[in-house]
Design a protein around this ligand. Structure first.
Ligand SMILES: *Cc1c(COP(=O)(O)O)cnc(C)c1O
Length: 402
């Protein structure tokens, strides 16, 4: 058995991403987690089946694994590490960020209930809220990302507040303590999609948020090579979510869990770089004559700078800006970039760039796009792990070409 540390709870996220809170013995004394690529787990004889089923019916656990949708050792080790890094009692992993978002909402939403979402949220969450929840008899409000707007929207039947912070693409930051205060006053549960903040830069559970969700596809996985999502919180709430997942599935494969856990080993290192790159690039762009406006919570010009500074350790590597110019000029700039790949997503090793209206909101009518701020010259960068000097140089040379 590997050595058990005395006070792992005092470890920082970088350390917890590597060791977790409790070391598990692996076959052959392997240091890294084995990939247990199986869909099911056998019994030696019918007596074992009988004893297992009997114990289960009495609420006792005499062996852990039975069927792949109910659990997998590689997945569970990854879940324990994710929970340790976030400071949560438990994590439930999903096959994508969106399955984490939707199955978490489905676990807690109630017919005739009301859910408050904050605007400027992830496109698919926005569509689920706007187009699908009504079919289930659930009322929805989409409000500005501020505690005041949330409080105003509360109705007698409100039972969930669903937020993101920072939001995407404008990186609005919510005063989470104020949101939690409002929620507690009205006995409403709070769920935050904390993908852009990460477990490194923000600790929503410590501020009283009930459930934290991440698209692990982004910073947690960190290499643009997997899809996964995770919900984190108390044992009780996670058990409710897990019961739903046992039925529905949307479980990640064992190889994905291995890659995600491997990503966690460099999570602390990578986040330091992401925070540094974000700040350097945002500052350079803000001072550049060909840039109209930059949104980055680490800049004094950001509307939520004070909130971000008070509750976050760093601000990540998503930088949004308006170029001075029209659609054609913006496209010319993007096409002139050499390092940045044109694709959505964020938080990976490769730097990515998107012209927001085209990549994520193409099918929205032009006047609606304008209303939600998706102008032709709006660009979002997701900085990767390349050397910061190279990123700055690439952006500058592309700006020179327009
Ligand atoms: C990417 C993302 C999602 C969706 O995650 P997938 O892993 O792509 O399903 C949800 N919320 C936010 C904020 C995201 O950035």
């Amino acid at each position: 058995m590997a050595k058990k540390p005395a006070n792992p709870k005092n470890w920082k996220p970088a350390t917890l991403g590597i060791h977790g809170l409790d070391r598990v013995h692996h076959a052959h004394f392997a240091v890294s987690t084995p990939i247990v690529h199986t869909s099911n787990y056998y019994f030696n004889n019918t007596q074992e089946v009988y004893d297992f089923m009997k114990a289960k019916s009495e609420g006792r656990v005499i062996r852990e694994h039975e069927y792949g949708r109910y659990g997998n050792p590689t997945q569970e080790e990854c879940e324990r590490k994710l929970a340790a890094v976030e400071g949560a009692e438990r994590a439930v992993l999903f096959s994508s960020g969106m399955s984490a978002v939707i199955l978490t909402l489905m676990t807690f939403m109630r017919r005739d209930g009301h859910i408050i979402f904050t605007s400027d949220c992830y496109r698919q969450t926005r569509d689920f809220a706007a187009n699908l929840l009504a079919e289930f008899g659930i009322q929805v409000s989409m409000v500005d990302p501020t505690a005041e707007a949330i409080e105003k929207a509360i109705r007698p039947n409100t039972n969930i507040i669903f937020t993101e912070s920072p939001t995407n693409p404008y990186l609005r930051c919510l005063d989470l303590e104020a949101v939690v205060k409002v929620a507690k006053q009205h006995k409403v549960m709070t769920i935050i999609d904390s993908t852009l903040a990460t477990s490194y830069n923000l600790k929503p559970l410590e501020m009283g948020v009930d459930v934290v969700i991440h698209s692990a596809t982004k910073y947690l996985g960190g290499h643009n090579d997997l899809l996964a999502g995770v919900s984190l919180g108390s044992d009780k709430l996670m058990n409710d979510i897990y019961r739903m997942q046992r039925m529905i599935g949307a479980t990640p494969g064992p190889l994905t869990c291995f890659l995600l856990e491997r990503g966690l080993k460099t999570f602390g290192l990578r986040m330091k770089h992401h925070n540094e790159a974000g700040l350097a690039v945002a500052a350079m762009l803000e001072a550049h004559p060909k840039i109209e406006k930059v949104w980055y919570p680490g800049l004094d010009s950001h509307p939520d700078r004070a909130i971000a500074k008070a509750q976050m350790k760093g601000f990540g590597s998503v930088v949004t800006f308006l170029l001075k110019g029209d659609d054609a000029k913006t496209r010319k700039f993007i096409d002139a970039l050499e390092l940045f790949l044109i694709t959505p997503s964020l938080g990976g090793s490769e730097s990515l760039v998107t012209q927001m209206w085209m990549m994520s909101f193409f099918d929205y009518p032009a006047d609606y796009r304008k209303k939600i701020g998706m102008s032709d010259n709006l660009v979002r960068l997701a900085l990767g792990l390349e050397d910061v000097d190279d990123l700055l140089a690439d952006l500058k040379q592309a700006l020179e070409k327009i």
